[in-house]
Design a protein around this ligand. Structure first.
Ligand code: TMP
Ligand code: ASP
Length: 239
């Protein structure tokens, strides 16, 4: 499929225009960043693994009624997606304490939460993606209350699905981040962006070995080995 002009470039992906109305080509780069762009590297093959894993997850979510932007994967690095206007909020769901939650509240790493915790962050690199409350979202009209409740419920459904899927292949879903947008086609809010080891924390169930971007954030070894392990356990291949 012929790529048109670049519509948007983020830290890990590029969006290009496509020949089809209201659809774009999402290209997965090999770039990795952490700590709001302070740490950067190019890790050969990362984009290919994330493209395949995210395709698998989003197409499965679609099959259980969680509407999302994925139309189809086009090749090793690219997907055809519905163009959305991204809602400037990162929705984080946590099952086990890790990362910024442990730092912010002093909760011990690895603590199993009594219920999934949803957090909201403003998607703004200049401000370092600050944590915000439901009240901020409503006060600044980023979403209305019905939209916010609906998205929060979708986050719980996504969490239930992903937790079961990963548990079945010996992986603990510690936490993840998702983004939603308004489809240009019909203005409906749908899941967008990607779900991959870049956007989840995934630990081996038996050893708690990290299989996600924390390998890069914390210099724990070869990131590709971890992502490849996730791909293989999910029964996927690169093709
Ligand atoms: P945190 O513990 O750093 O707040 O991250 C929570 C989860 O969200 C973790 O799975 C990583 C993911 N995440 C992103 O995908 N993008 C981001 O910009 C941040 C800060 C976190
Ligand atoms: N993606 C963010 C960054 O590039 C943060 C992270 O994933 O750690 O800085």
């Amino acid at each position: 499929m012929k790529k048109g002009k670049k519509l948007y470039e983020g830290k890990a992906k590029i969006l290009y225009a496509s020949p089809e109305k209201n659809l774009a080509i999402q290209h997965f780069k090999d770039d990795a960043t952490a700590f709001n762009n302070q740490k950067k590297a190019t890790i050969e093959g990362k984009g290919i693994l994330n493209n395949r894993i995210s395709e698998h997850i989003l197409s499965n979510l679609n099959q259980i009624g969680i509407k999302n932007h994925l139309v189809k994967r086009i090749n090793m690095r690219e997907q055809l997606v519905k163009i959305v206007e991204i809602i400037p909020i990162e929705f984080i769901v946590r099952n086990i304490a890790s990362g910024s939650l442990t730092k912010r509240l002093g909760i011990e790493e690895g603590t199993i939460l009594s219920r999934p915790l949803i957090e909201y962050c403003l998607k703004n690199d200049d401000l370092g993606d600050p944590l915000i409350s439901r009240e901020h979202i409503l006060t600044f009209d980023w979403l209305n209350i019905m939209e916010l409740d609906w998205i929060s419920e979708e986050c719980r459904r996504i969490n239930d699905f992903l937790q079961g899927m990963f548990r079945g292949v010996g992986i603990k879903l510690v936490d993840f981040k998702v983004e939603f947008g308004r489809s240009l086609q019909d203005d409906n809010i749908i899941l967008a962006d990607e779900i991959s080891p870049d956007t989840c924390r995934l630990w081996d169930s038996a050893t708690e070995k990290k299989l996600d971007k924390d390998i890069f954030r914390k210099n724990l070894g070869n990131l590709i080995d971890g992502y490849q392990e996730v791909l293989t356990r999910l029964g996927l291949q690169i093709n």
